[in-house]
Design a protein around this ligand. Structure first.
Ligand SMILES: *Cc1c(COP(=O)(O)O)cnc(C)c1O
Length: 382
């Protein structure tokens, strides 16, 4: 489609203006490999802002989840309970170790893992639960943690979308044994590709450092705790270089302002769409009490009597890019091959066919948001 001035992109990466300055600083420092001064600043930020025991930058949330599977020593046949309504990386990370994703249905309100279905999905092979905080809105973590403790399971939070969100005052990613963040260009705080593993269980911290540094105790060596570093266990290279960390640092410094700006745009959509919800055209996102979200995503669930494709076509005709996701993992080819569906997953199937994501990025104007809402109004005749 030819771009005109009316074109509204779905996402537009926001930069604070300091990224290149910090990259230049890293360049002049002559320290380009991982775990240099900018990486340390980012780690400090993660530990301070989330309360995790150890925050470690990774290449992506995908690689943080892969580290988590190594760290928990997932073995072939081990089962991991997760939603089907998620990005592929939640499942892939465990399948790489021979693990079996067990897909559980989601809640009607938040589209998060339905905690009331978890216990019936547990078998003697279950090792872990991987809740995904969809749209930066927290899962019911108290219940999930209680189930995990009762059955001796570990919890890995996929908090890719949940940076700067909280559950009862606790940062997402800091509640389970491990948490994974994404700094991908489409998320709130970005470094192009990027992520972090939050290690909350103190007894996993040392091994996390080892796995991230090719299976060596290089970090311990640099701290002066050992006089040489050696191959300790199976690992890989999960750490990003300093240029990425320098870029990310510029974003972390502005994390509060970025989050506030996104929340303001989120709130504007929410208010503009109230009349459409009242007329039955769609359902707006539901954020339970005691949760603070981060304005990561604004989506609507188009009412069943309307054709979602028609809505998407109308957006396209008006040069507004809107997208939908996910194809539920339990119904995708690899999900069928490597995973197992627990029950019918009716809500997952139904909601994934109704969901439409609206453009949301820093710099999106109020006038543009009005145009988006106008298209929704016309497409549903409300
Ligand atoms: C974005 C996303 C990921 C993957 O993050 P990357 O940093 O791109 O690897 C994983 N899980 C969820 C829920 C996501 O939204």
């Amino acid at each position: 489609m030819k771009k005109t001035n009316n074109h509204i992109p779905f996402n537009w990466p926001y930069m604070t203006g300091k990224e290149l300055y910090y990259i230049a600083e890293a360049h002049f420092n002559g320290s380009l490999a991982g775990d240099g001064p900018f990486t340390k600043r980012c780690h400090g930020w993660l530990e301070e802002r989330t309360g995790c025991n150890k925050g470690l930058l990774t290449h992506s949330c995908t690689s943080a989840l892969e580290m988590a599977a190594l760290l928990l020593e997932i073995q072939p046949g081990d089962e991991i309970i997760m939603p089907s309504y998620t990005f592929v990386s939640t499942a892939n990370a465990f399948v790489l170790r021979g693990g079996v994703p067990v897909f559980v249905d989601i809640r009607e309100d938040t589209l998060n893992l339905d905690e009331s279905l978890i216990e019936s999905a547990i078998t003697p092979r279950t090792r872990a639960i991987a809740p995904v905080h969809y749209a930066g809105v927290a899962c019911e973590m108290d219940t999930i943690m209680a189930i995990a403790r009762r059955h001796g399971l570990q919890v890995i939070e996929d908090a890719a979308q949940g940076v700067m969100s909280s559950y009862k005052g606790r940062a997402l990613g800091s509640i389970g044994d491990l948490g994974a963040y994404s700094f991908h260009e489409t998320k709130n705080l970005i470094s192009g590709e990027g992520g972090a593993l939050l290690v909350n269980a103190p007894d996993l911290s040392l091994r996390a450092e080892i796995i991230r540094e090719k299976g060596t105790d290089r970090s311990r060596f640099f701290r002066g705790d050992v006089d040489k570093y050696t191959w300790q266990e199976v690992g890989s290279s999960f750490l990003p270089g300093e240029l990425i960390a320098a870029f990310l640092w510029a974003q972390l410094e502005e994390a509060d302002r970025i989050t506030q700006t996104r929340l303001a745009s989120w709130q504007r959509y929410h208010e503009l769409l109230e009349p459409l919800e009242a007329k039955g055209a769609l359902r707006r996102p539901i954020v339970p009490d005691e949760l603070q979200h981060n304005g990561h995503m604004y989506y609507v669930l188009i009412a069943p009597e309307f054709d979602r494709q028609r809505v998407l076509d109308e957006f396209k005709r008006h040069e507004i890019l809107s997208v939908f996701h996910y194809v539920p993992l339990h119904s995708s080819p690899a999900g069928v091959r490597y995973g197992r569906a627990h029950g019918r997953l009716d809500i997952t199937t139904r909601q994934s066919q109704r969901l439409v994501r609206l453009p949301l990025w820093i710099g999106l104007s109020s006038e543009q948001q009005h145009r988006v809402v106008e298209v929704l109004r016309n497409a549903t005749g409300c």
